[in-house]
Write a protein that binds this ligand. Structure first.
Ligand code: HEM
Length: 252
């Protein structure tokens, strides 16, 4: 009888839980909002991305012009002349840090994606149902964010459609594109895998795409952190660090 009751409670808990993003009244039956692997890879990714952006800016200052095609140099016409000062003194440490952070980002991202695919994290928690991908609820979410209106508690139990589509684009489009165009700029990698350069039409095109994709990721990061603040900075951060405690509404 007791066994039957325990099973029933467990079945009940499972039936109302979205894995890894659900909140229940019983701590014992309450899975964390984010698994330990998601949390560790998320923060390693954040650190490596910040290192990549800082060191990338230092490298860019040594040649703040963008080209299209295979070649480009001072004296030849540029696609875009960035309004940045020329500075040749920062690219030494910039390159060392950039290559180190890039490999951390690649290895960490691979662990996150493979584990997410194996645990069905992406299909269960990120892929929106076809019926949810409709203009009016998406516009409603965007409008709420633009008007800085806090989401209701029940709306924050799972990722909303905008979050889901954005996270999927970041994980499966923008980051892979940033990595492939980055690899394409390495003469060693391009010699072994010329396709990494050829698909973009040359080294300089890869560099230009790399620059704009990174720009989009920086915009994502700014909006992402703003949305974390809107939803409640302390509770969201607690959940992303400890795995628990995102249910409480805040006025931060
Ligand atoms: C380039 C840097 C970043 C990227 C690419 C990124 C990406 C993501 C992704 C993909 C998720 C969903 C994780 C999953 O469920 O698998 C997520 C969640 C989250 N991120 Fe980030 N993130 C970045 C930086 C940050 C920073 C700097 C903060 C805080 C200051 C932050 C706070 C959070 C929080 C709190 C969540 C959970 C949101 C929720 O549960 O509603 N992230 N992030």
């Amino acid at each position: 009888m007791l066994f039957h009751v325990i099973l029933s409670r467990q079945e009940m808990a499972e039936s109302v839980h979205v894995p890894a993003l659900a909140i229940s009244s019983s701590y014992a039956l309450d899975p964390p909002r984010h698994t330990v692997l998601v949390r560790i890879t998320h923060w390693i990714n954040t650190l490596s991305f910040l290192a990549l952006v800082t060191s990338g800016a230092a490298i860019l200052l040594a040649h703040p012009r963008l080209y299209w095609g295979e070649t480009g140099a001072f004296g030849s016409p540029a696609l875009i002349e960035l309004p940045l000062p020329l500075n040749l003194d920062q690219s030494g440490w910039g390159r060392s840090l950039h290559f180190l952070a890039a490999w951390v980002c690649v290895v960490n991202g691979t662990v996150y994606v493979l584990s997410g695919l194996m645990s069905r994290h992406f299909t269960s928690n990120m892929l929106p149902a076809a019926a949810e991908v409709r203009c009016s609820p998406i516009l409603h979410t965007v409008s709420n964010a633009l008007h800085w209106r806090q989401p209701h508690d029940e709306e924050t139990m799972t990722y909303n459609t905008v979050q889901r589509l954005t996270y999927l684009s970041v994980v499966f489009v923008l980051f892979p594109l940033m990595i492939v165009t980055g690899l394409g700029m390495s003469p060693a990698v391009a010699a072994v895998l010329p396709a990494t350069v050829e698909i973009f039409g040359g080294h300089q095109s890869s560099r230009t795409v790399h620059f704009f994709v990174t720009g989009l990721l920086v915009v994502f990061l700014m909006v992402h952190v703003s949305m974390v603040c809107l939803a409640g900075f302390r509770s969201r951060m607690r959940a992303m660090i400890t795995g628990r405690g995102a249910a409480t509404r805040e006025n931060t």
